[in-house]
Write a protein that binds this ligand. Structure first.
Ligand code: SF4
Length: 66
């Protein structure tokens, strides 16, 4: 799995950070998402998928076959 984020879409709601803090963080200044792990290990897939599913801005893209 490879993960990308669209900072332009992110509204800083922070759900992804709550669900998968080892994959996502937020910038201190404005709360915009920071991708910590673009190629996560398999044990992080579930959190990444859940984060992408709940993100209100659809700012998280998962590339499952990459
Ligand atoms: S859940 Fe979506 S909108 Fe909220 S911080 Fe994460 S990427 Fe941004």
């Amino acid at each position: 799995m490879r993960i990308t984020v669209d900072e332009e879409k992110c509204c800083g709601a922070g759900q992804c950070v709550v669900i998968a803090p080892e994959v996502f963080d937020q910038r201190d200044e404005d709360g915009i998402v920071v991708l910590l792990d673009a190629s996560p290990a398999a044990d992080r897939y579930e959190g990444a998928r859940e984060s992408a599913g709940v993100c209100p801005a659809a700012a998280i893209q998962l590339h499952e076959d990459a």
